[in-house]
Design a binder for this molecule. Structure first.
Ligand code: ATP
Ligand code: MN
Length: 309
């Protein structure tokens, strides 16, 4: 634990010293409250993190329906997924009415700027999980995420090889893809594309990619969610590419020990990373201040189309 953390611990013991602070124009209450007990990271530090990486995180986050993982009692007690809007979330946390599976309609959440981001942090949001579509056309996705979930004991090198294999397979279809650590056990391969196909067609495409990987190496990969058959293998989770499903966004903290971050990488950097949780909050801050160009440079201007089924 460094001195900064020690000081904030002291601050929590003196309530009068834990006054609200202004972070990027948003009032953050209880900034000295420890959110990550094992790491001594406070709510104020989480807010400072998101303010510092705002320019990096916002492009992948804004104007998309969004689920949050909120941890009002810290990351070691009950965190919960929230997808529905509430006025108390903040003036820049916006509602978007969307149809539910049961046919009804309810207000989902989206943000459009740094203020919305920090208002969600004020409401104890730790993780940000956007949809693969944008609020103006929620039924027309513009990106897919292929999630590599290694079973316990699978070597990290095999996960890296799996991600590279998916990249190669996609390249064979003239599709450029991007990679990030999940901040957990695995890697996500992300493919942006021009809007057009609906969710069902997009999900079918993702299934074909996962199945093609299994056909290449059935001893290494599995494309079904069955836990029983997963032993020793990497589950290529294509199922999250459905309406209403989410993936954690790049630069989001995870509510897990070590305060890991889902970190976008250049493909060339992947060999130097040794786990899905390789980047903690501090390492992510250092990377953010060092980076000259987006590791996912070029994504925004790519005009590729998903092949039809
Ligand atoms: P890891 O590498 O450890 O697998 P991950 O982010 O890929 O990290 P998964 O458990 O594979 O985690 O995937 C879960 C994904 O599905 C999350 O990123 C999240 O967006 C979504 N998800 C997980 N749990 C829930 C939940 N309870 N409610 C809604 N969405 C969830
Ligand atoms: Mn995963």
């Amino acid at each position: 634990m460094n001195d900064l953390h020690r000081d904030t611990h002291l601050a929590t013991k003196r309530p009068h010293a834990d006054k609200p602070v202004d972070v990027a124009g948003v009032r953050i209450t209880h900034p000295g409250r420890v959110v990550y007990p094992d790491d001594g990271i406070t709510k104020g530090e989480v807010a400072a993190y998101y303010a510092a990486v705002a320019d990096w995180i916002l492009p992948g986050l804004i104007n998309r329906p969004l689920s949050m993982v909120r941890c009002p009692g810290g990351t070691d007690s009950a965190c919960f997924f929230q997808k529905h809007h509430a006025a108390k979330l903040g003036s820049s946390v916006r509602p978007i009415p969307l149809e539910e599976k049961d046919g009804g309609e309810d207000d989902y959440v989206y943000i459009s700027d740094r203020k919305g981001l920090l208002q969600l942090v004020q409401m104890n949001t730790i993780e940000f999980h956007p949809w693969g579509s944008r609020v103006d056309k929620p039924d027309s996705p513009d990106r897919i995420v292929l999630d590599l979930d290694p079973a316990p004991g699978v070597a990290w090198e095999a996960v890296v090889e799996g991600a590279r294999g998916i990249r190669e397979l996609l390249a064979g279809m003239q599709l450029t893809s991007f990679v990030r650590t999940s901040g957990g056990k695995g890697l996500h391969v992300v493919v942006p594309f021009r809007r057009g196909p609906r969710w069902q067609a997009v999900k079918d495409f993702c299934e074909r990619v996962a199945v093609a990987m299994v056909e290449r190496a059935p001893d290494r990969y599995i494309a079904t969610a069955s836990k029983a058959q997963r032993e020793g293998k990497i589950f290529i989770d294509w199922l999250r590419n459905a309406r209403g499903a989410t993936s954690v966004c790049s630069w989001s903290l995870r509510a897990r020990d070590g305060a890991p971050v889902a970190m976008p990488l250049r493909w060339e950097e992947l060999g130097k990373v040794d786990s899905g949780a390789a980047f903690g909050m501090q390492a992510a801050l250092e990377r953010a201040s060092r980076l000259r160009t987006d590791p996912w440079e070029g994504m925004a201007t790519l005009q590729q189309r998903l092949p039809r089924g």
